[in-house]
Design a protein around this ligand. Structure first.
Ligand code: ADP
Ligand code: MG
Length: 941
C-alpha cells in the first residue's frame, strides 16, 4: 500500500527523470541532556529553558525554534527514535538514503544519543533502536522480497579515514607512545566519486550481515576500537567523526501484487533498490581554548576541526536561501567529512540533525553556538530520490496503475443494483435497532446517576463529620508540633531542667505527704496505746488490792459466821431463855453475815469480769504495738527512699549543670563561628559582586562594540554625498576601525578571563554548599569529616550559610550565562570574518600602508607601555620584599618579647609561692602582694 501511494503521488508531481523526488528540509531536533556529575559538583545551574508546546529552546533572550526538542521540559528522549529516525528506516525500504547526524560540543551526549559508546550506548542509543526496527521490518516483509545488508564503520580523524571494522589490523594510532600520526599497515580508505556522482569508500570493510546480533557485534567492535584509540591519545574521540553506515539492498518480485484473480504476469521481473543509512557521531564542536599568554591568541584556526569547519560552511552556503538560489558554490570538497556527507546535505538523502546540548551555564557559550549552527541547518533543502532501477520502476508504475484501474473496474462490475438494494435495507434495519438500543441505554444511565446521587446523599453527613474531626485533629497536632518545635528551638536545656526539677519536687512532696501521714498514724496509735497501757496497770493493781481486801473481809466474815455458828450450837445445848435470846441474836447476825458474804461474792464476780476486760485491752495494746512497729519500719524505709531520691536528683542536677556549662561554652564558640561566617559571607559577597560587576562591564562594552560593528558594515571607505572621502576622514575611519577591532579582541580576552575566574569561584562555593547539604542530611558523619573550618555550626547558621551560598551561586550563574552569550556572539563574528577575511575591504596600497604605519605605532607604544609597567612591577616587588623583611624582623622581635614576658611571669609566680609560705605577714596583704609582683616585674609604683 505504502509504496503504491508514494509512487502514484510522485508520478503526478515530479518529472519522469527524477522518480519519487520531493525536496524536504533537513530536520533538526535538539536533545538537552540532564546536568551530569561534574557539572553538579561545580554548582552549575541550567541556563536553557525549553517551551514544551512549541518546540523552542530559549537561552537568555535568544529563542530558537526546532522541529523537536527532547529532554529538559521538552518531549521525553525516548520519543526521539519514533519521531525522527523511524521514518528514515521506513524510507530505506522505499530506496531513500538517510542520514542522522549528532552534533554538539564534547560531553553534550552525542555518543550517548547515537549509541556508539561502549559504556552506555548499547541499549538506549539510536543505532541499537535502528537495528531492532530494521530487522523487525525485514521479518515482516521477507516473504515478498530478498534482502542484502552490509555495514561499514569508519572514523575520520585529522582528515584521515580509518576503518574501524578492519580486524586484520590492530588499531594502533600511537607510534612509539606519543600522540602523532595514525599508523596503519594497510593503505588508508579512499573516497571515490562514481561518474553519476555517487560517493563510495574504497578500502573500507563492508561486512555482510544476516542477523541483528551480527550487526550489533559490528557496532560493538568498532566502538571498542575507537575507544581504545582515544584513551591512548588524549581523548581523540572528541576530535574524530564516527560514521556507521547500513546499506540495504532489496530485490522485489513485482508479480505478487496483482489484485485480479488468476492473472499472474510472468514477465514482470524484479525491482532492485539500494539505500544507505549513515549514522554519524560528529566530533566535538567546541573551539580549542585560547591561551592568554601576553594577550596573544593561539592560531585557533588550526585547532578547529577541519571537517566541522567545512560542514559549517556547507550548511551556511546551503542554508542561505539567497545564495542557494544564486547557485553559489558549496564547498563540499573542503574536507573528507563533507565529501562523504555530500548527499546528506542538500542532496539525495533524508537527513536529521540532532543537536546535543548541555544545559549547564558553564557551557552557555558552546550551547549557544550549537543552537545557532543547528538553526542554520534547518534551512537546508534536500532532494531525496528513491534509488530504484529506472526501467523497472517505470514498468512497475504503469503496472500498478493498470492494476488500480482494473480493481476499480472490477469493483464497479461486481456490485449489481439488486445487491445494493438489499444491503441498503439491511443497513436501515440495523440503524433503527441501534437507535432503540441507544435510547434504552440512555434511560438506564440516567437512572443510575440518580441512584448514585441518592447513595452519596445518604452517606454524606457521616463522612463530613469524620472528615471534620480528622481535620481538627490534624490542626491540633500541628499546633502542638509547632509549640514543641518552638520550645526546642529556644532554651532547650533550661526547659528540660525545669521540668525535671518540678517533677522531682512533686515526687518529694508526695513522699513527704506520705511520711506525714505515717507519722500522724503512728502518733495516734501511740496515744491510743498509752491510754491502754496506763489504765490497765493501775486498774489491775487497784482491783487486785480490792480483791484481796474482799477476800480478807470475806474470810473474817466467814470466821465470824463460823464463830457464831459454834456459839449457836453451844447455846442450843444449854437451852435456857437467855440462850434462846442470844440464839435469836446470833441467827440475826448470821443472816446479816450471810447477806454480807453474798454481797462480797457478787463483788468478786464483778472483779473477775473486769479482769477479763483488762485481758482484752491488753491484747489490743499488743496489736497496736506491732502495728506501730510496722509503721515505724515503713517510715524508715520512706525516709531512706527520700534520701536516695534526693541524692539522685542532686547528681543529675550536677551533671545537667556541667552539660549546660559545656553547651554555653560551645554556644560561645558557635556564636564566634557564626560571626566569623557572617563576616566571610559579607566579604565573599562583596568580592563576588565586584567580580561580577567587572565582568558585567566588560561584557557590556563587548556587546556595544559588537553591536556597533553589526550596524556599520565592514566598508570603511564610505562614500559621503557621492564624493570619495577626503584623505583625512578616510584615515580617521581606518584608525577607528582598527581600534575597534583591537578593542573587541582585548575585551573578548578580558571577558574570557573573567569567565574562567568566575567558574573557579563558583566551583569553590558549590563544593562548600554540597558538603553543608550533606552534613544537614547525615549530621552524624559531620564530625568525622575534615570539613574543618566550620564544624560547630548550629542548624540555623548552617541554613543561613546555605541560603547565602545559593544566592551567590545564582548571581554567578547569571553572570556566566551573560558572558557565555557575548562570547558566542564574538565567536560568530570572528567566524564570519573567516569567510570574508578581515583585510578584504582595504582597497588601496595607500590605505594599507597607512594602516600598517598605524599598527606599527600602536605596537611600539604598547611595547613601551609594557616596559614601563614591567619596571613598575619590579619596583613594587622590591618594595614588597623590603616590607616582607621588615615584617619578619618585627615578628622575631615580637616573639622574643613574648618569651621574656613569659619567663618573668613564671619567676613572679614562683617567688610569690615561696613568699606566701614563709612570710605569713604578707599572706593576706594585697598591698604587699602587688608590690612584690611589681618589683619583680620591674614596674615602679
Ligand atoms: P559526547 O559524545 O558528546 O562527547 P557523551 O555521549 O560521551 O558526550 O556524554 C557525556 C556524558 O554525559 C557521559 O557520561 C554520558 O553518560 C552522559 N550523558 C549524555 N547524555 C545523557 C543523558 N541523556 N542522560 C544521562 N546522561 C547522559
Ligand atoms: Mg563522544
Amino acid at each position: 500500500m505504502e509504496s503504491h501511494s508514494s509512487l502514484s503521488s510522485s508520478s503526478s508531481s515530479s518529472p519522469p527523470s527524477s522518480l519519487s523526488s520531493e525536496s524536504c528540509c533537513v530536520k533538526v531536533a535538539v536533545n538537552v541532556r540532564p546536568l551530569i556529575g561534574d557539572e553538579v559538583t561545580q554548582g552549575c545551574r541550567e541556563c536553557v529553558s525549553v517551551s514544551p508546546v512549541t518546540p523552542q529552546v530559549q537561552m537568555g533572550t535568544h529563542p530558537f525554534t526546532f522541529d523537536h526538542v527532547y529532554g529538559s521540559n521538552g518531549s521525553p528522549s525516548s520519543l526521539m527514535f519514533e519521531e525522527c529516525v523511524a521514518p528514515l528506516v521506513d524510507g530505506l525500504f522505499h530506496g531513500y538514503n538517510a542520514t542522522v547526524l549528532a552534533y554538539g560540543q564534547t560531553g553534550s551526549g552525542k555518543t550517548y544519543t547515537m549509541g556508539t559508546g561502549i559504556k552506555d550506548g548499547t541499549k538506549n542509543g539510536l543505532i541499537p533502536q535502528v537495528m531492532s526496527a530494521l530487522f523487525n521490518k525485514i521479518d515482516s516483509v521477507k516473504h515478498q522480497m530478498g534482502f542484502q545488508l552490509h555495514v561499514s564503520f569508519i572514523e575520520i580523524l585529522k582528515e584521515e579515514v580509518l576503518d574501524l571494522l578492519d580486524s586484520s589490523v590492530p588499531f594502533n594510532r600511537l607510534a612509539n607512545g606519543t600522540p602523532g600520526k595514525v599508523v596503519l599497515s594497510k593503505s588508508p580508505v579512499q573516497i571515490r566519486e562514481s561518474p553519476n556522482g555517487v560517493i563510495t569508500l574504497s578500502g573500507a570493510t563492508e561486512v555482510p550481515i544476516a542477523t541483528k546480533e551480527e550487526m550489533a557485534s559490528c557496532l560493538e567492535q568498532g566502538s571498542l576500537t575507537r575507544a581504545t584509540g582515544s584513551t591512548n591519545m588524549n581523548n581523540e574521540s572528541s576530535r574524530s567523526h564516527a560514521i556507521f553506515t547500513i546499506t540495504l539492498e532489496q530485490m522485489r518480485k513485482i508479480s505478487s501484487i496483482s489484485v485480479v484473480k488468476d492473472t499472474v504476469d510472468e514477465d514482470m521481473g524484479e525491482e532492485y533498490c539500494c539505500a544507505k543509512l549513515h549514522l554519524v557521531d560528529l566530533a566535538g564542536s567546541e573551539r580549542a581554548k585560547r591561551t592568554g599568554s601576553g594577550g596573544v591568541r593561539l592560531k585557533e584556526g588550526i585547532h578547529i576541526n577541519r571537517g566541522l569547519l567545512a560542514l559549517g560552511n556547507v550548511i551556511s552556503a546551503l542554508g542561505d536561501e539567497k545564495r542557494r538560489k544564486e547557485g553559489a558554490h558549496v564547498p563540499y570538497r573542503d574536507s573528507k567529512l563533507t565529501r562523504l556527507l555530500q548527499d546528506s546535505l542538500g542532496g539525495n538523502s533524508k537527513t536529521v540533525m540532532i543537536a546535543c546540548i548541555s544545559p549547564a551555564d558553564i557551557n552557555a557559550e558552546e550551547t549557544l553556538n550549537t543552537l545557532k549552527y543547528a538553526n542554520r541547518a534547518r534551512n537546508i533543502q534536500n532532494k531525496p530520490v528513491a534509488n530504484k532501477d529506472l526501467i523497472c520502476s517505470e514498468m512497475q508504475k504503469m503496472r500498478q496503475e493498470l492494476q488500480y484501474l482494473q480493481a476499480t473496474l472490477c469493483a464497479r462490475g461486481a456490485t449489481s443494483s439488486e445487491e445494493v438494494q438489499v444491503m441498503r435495507e439491511k443497513i436501515m434495519k440495523l440503524e433503527s435497532a441501534n437507535e432503540e438500543l441507544s435510547r434504552e441505554l440512555h434511560i438506564y444511565r440516567s437512572k443510575r446517576v440518580t441512584l448514585d446521587y441518592c447513595n452519596i446523599d445518604a452517606q454524606e453527613d457521616g463522612v463530613i463529620f469524620s472528615k471534620d474531626d480528622g481535620l481538627k485533629r490534624g490542626f491540633e497536632s500541628m499546633d502542638s508540633d509547632y509549640e514543641m518545635s518552638e520550645a526546642t528551638s529556644g532554651g532547650i536545656s533550661e526547659d528540660i531542667g525545669a521540668a525535671e526539677e518540678w517533677e522531682h519536687a512533686l515526687r518529694q512532696n508526695s513522699m513527704g505527704k506520705e511520711l506525714n501521714e505515717l507519722s500522724k498514724r503512728l502518733e495516734e496509735k501511740e496515744s491510743e496505746m498509752r491510754v491502754c497501757g496506763i489504765g490497765t496497770e493501775t486498774i489491775r493493781q487497784h482491783f487486785e488490792k480490792k480483791m484481796m481486801e474482799l477476800e480478807k473481809e470475806k474470810r473474817t466474815v466467814q470466821d465470824e459466821r463460823d464463830m457464831l455458828l459454834a456459839e449457836v450450837e453451844e447455846l442450843a445445848a444449854s437451852s435456857d431463855r437467855q440462850a434462846q435470846v442470844a440464839r435469836d441474836n446470833h441467827a440475826h447476825k448470821l443472816k446479816a453475815l450471810e447477806t454480807q458474804i453474798l454481797n462480797l461474792k457478787k463483788k468478786q464476780e464483778n472483779q473477775v469480769e473486769v479482769l477479763k476486760q483488762k485481758q482484752k485491752s491488753e491484747d489490743a495494746a499488743k496489736r497496736l504495738k506491732t502495728e506501730i512497729q510496722c509503721i515505724k519500719a515503713q517510715k524508715v524505709q520512706l525516709q531512706q527512699k527520700m534520701k536516695q531520691e534526693a541524692e539522685q536528683f542532686r547528681q543529675w542536677k550536677a551533671s545537667q549543670e556541667k552539660e549546660l556549662l559545656q553547651l554555653k561554652k560551645e554556644g560561645r564558640k558557635t556564636e564566634h563561628e557564626r560571626l566569623k561566617l557572617e563576616a566571610l559571607n559579607r566579604r565573599q559577597k562583596m568580592v563576588l559582586q565586584r567580580k561580577t560587576e567587572e565582568a558585567a562591564m566588560a561584557t557590556k562594552r563587548l556587546k556595544e562594540l559588537l553591536e556597533a560593528r553589526k550596524s556599520s558594515p565592514h566598508d570603511i571607505s564610505v562614500i559621503a554625498n557621492g564624493q570619495p572621502p577626503s584623505r583625512q576622514t578616510n584615515e580617521k575611519s581606518l584608525r577607528k576601525w582598527l581600534d575597534n577591532e583591537l578593542e573587541v579582541m582585548a575585551k573578548v580576552h578580558q571577558v574570557r578571563f573573567q569567565y574562567e575566574k568566575q567558574i573557579q569561584v563558583r566551583a569553590a562555593l558549590a563544593v562548600e554548599l554540597t558538603s553543608l547539604r550533606q552534613e544537614m542530611e547525615f549530621p552524624s558523619n559531620s564530625h568525622q569529616e575534615k570539613n574543618g573550618q566550620f564544624r560547630f555550626l548550629s542548624p540555623n547558621t548552617r541554613l543561613e550559610r546555605i541560603a547565602s551560598l545559593e544566592s551567590m551561586l545564582d548571581v554567578s550563574s547569571n553572570a556566566l550565562t551573560a558572558m557565555g552569550s557575548q562570547l558566542s556572539e564574538a565567536e560568530e563574528r570572528e567566524h564570519s570574518l573567516h569567510a570574508k577575511p578581515r583585510w578584504n575591504h582595504i582597497q588601496s596600497m595607500t590605505d594599507a600602508k597607512y594602516l600598517l604605519q598605524y599598527v606599527f605605532d600602536s605596537t611600539a607604544e604598547a611595547r613601551s607601555k609594557i616596559w614601563e609597567k614591567d619596571r613598575d612591577i619590579k619596583e613594587k616587588k622590591e618594595q614588597l620584599n623590603d616590607l616582607l623583611c621588615l615584617l619578619q624582623l618585627t615578628e622575631v622581635q615580637n616573639r622574643e618579647i613574648l618569651k621574656e614576658k613569659k619567663t618573668r611571669e613564671q619567676t613572679v609566680s614562683i617567688a610569690l609561692a615561696s613568699t606566701s609560705s614563709s612570710y605569713s605577714v604578707f599572706k593576706f596583704n594585697p598591698y604587699f602582694h602587688t608590690k612584690i609582683q611589681n618589683s619583680l616585674l620591674g614596674i615602679s609604683p
